[in-house]
Design a protein. Sequence first.
Length: 107
Amino acid sequence: MKHYAIDFDQLKDLGKARVVVDQKPLLIVHLEDGIYAINDRCPHLGASLVKGTIEDHTVTCKSHKAKIDLKTGEIIDRAHIAFIKMPTKQAKTYACKVENGKVYVEV
Ligand code: FES
């Protein structure tokens, strides 16, 4: 079901934002080729991803550095402490579209 998430201009200014849609916390990111939405709870231990580092269509969680593909939710690099890698499930992503200056997410 389609839900309003944020005004496009606001997202463009911020680059990324945490929004709650249908009671789900989402990280929404504006990149040069589109808008991507991903569950804002890290699939490792649930840290918010909004403070993570965005780079090349990925977000890297601040807590234990899990690196997640923003388009697919695939884990590019598992959570780790020093050299010890920890199990990290795939993240859930959501389709986005812009209509009349507003960003909607399919949840
Ligand atoms: S909570 Fe995100 S990597 Fe551990």
